[in-house]
Design a protein around this ligand. Structure first.
Ligand code: PEP
Length: 256
């Protein structure tokens, strides 16, 4: 079975100006020992306006930077949107797509994601595709149905050759920003299900794709989540705003 390199991403959402981002990166790099940075992919997802400052502050380190959303077109009359090339131009290597806040608050659809994911890949960006069920869907026993719909639709236009360049984040909506974390068993069950869906396309690729857990991950619960073999890392919201907390999660991933 291939070793999957752990991956920990900080989703800052609508937090941190350029100066605050620069300060965070300095403190994080001062706090994280080099071996941890060598063994884990660490990615910061700032708001668009702080991408360049974050990337500049991270220059010379292994820290990478991601956008939080992207428009699928190369350019055009799309007020308020940014393209893959613009995100790359600001110093990012990756982009979060399909976050539940985009889906729930801003009308992001699986149809749009089916175009955005290949557009990101074509531009050389690593997509971090978020999927996950709501509390009502889980309570109605529909978790697998929802995950299957999202994975099939969002990756419909990604060939198997490119599939292992996609990072997937399983983020149950009921665990995001609520303080209610999925148990390691729940997270692993869902991630195993997602990997099974990918295996239906290509077994070897499915073993290589990193699948993260996201939803109220904190330094205190990171170790029991990361200890699970199916969980390849974390997408961290609230706890990623503090460099010490985020560093603690990265260090946990490094030794898991
Ligand atoms: C997120 O925004 O992707 C997230 C998981 O948030 P939190 O860690 O705050 O639940």
């Amino acid at each position: 079975m291939p070793e999957r390199r752990p991956y920990v991403a900080a989703n800052w959402k609508m937090h941190k100006t350029s100066d605050q981002a620069t300060d965070f990166v300095k403190r994080l790099l001062g706090r994280l020992p080099e071996p941890a940075m060598r063994s884990v992919d660490v990615v910061i997802c700032p708001p668009f306006t702080s991408l360049r400052a974050t990337a500049d502050a991270a220059r010379g380190s292994r820290l990478r930077v991601a956008g939080q959303n992207m428009h699928q077109a190369e350019s055009g009359a799309y007020t308020g949107e940014v393209s893959a090339a613009m995100i790359e131009d600001a110093g990012a290597t990756s982009v979060v797509l399909g976050h539940s806040e985009r889906r729930q608050l801003f009308g992001e659809t699986d149809e749009a994601l089916a175009v955005k994911v290949p557009a990101a890949l074509a531009a050389g960006l690593e997509p971090i595709l978020c999927v996950g069920e709501t509390e009502d869907e889980r309570d109605a026993g529909r978790m697998e149905e929802v995950l299957e719909r999202q994975i099939r639709a969002d990756l419909a236009n990604v060939g198997n050759v490119q599939l292992d360049r996609v990072v997937i984040a399983y983020e149950p909506v009921w665990a995001i920003g609520t303080g209610r974390t999925a148990t390691p068993e729940q997270a692993e069950e869902a991630i195993r299900f997602i990997r099974g869906l990918l295996a239906g396309r290509d077994g070897a690729v499915a073993e290589r794709v990193r699948i993260l857990y996201g939803g109220s991950v904190k330094p205190e619960n990171a170790d029991e989540l990361m200890a699970r073999p199916q969980i390849d890392g974390a997408l961290v919201g609230g706890a990623s705003l503090d460099p010490d907390d985020f560093a603690g999660i990265v260090e946990t991933a490094a030794v898991a």
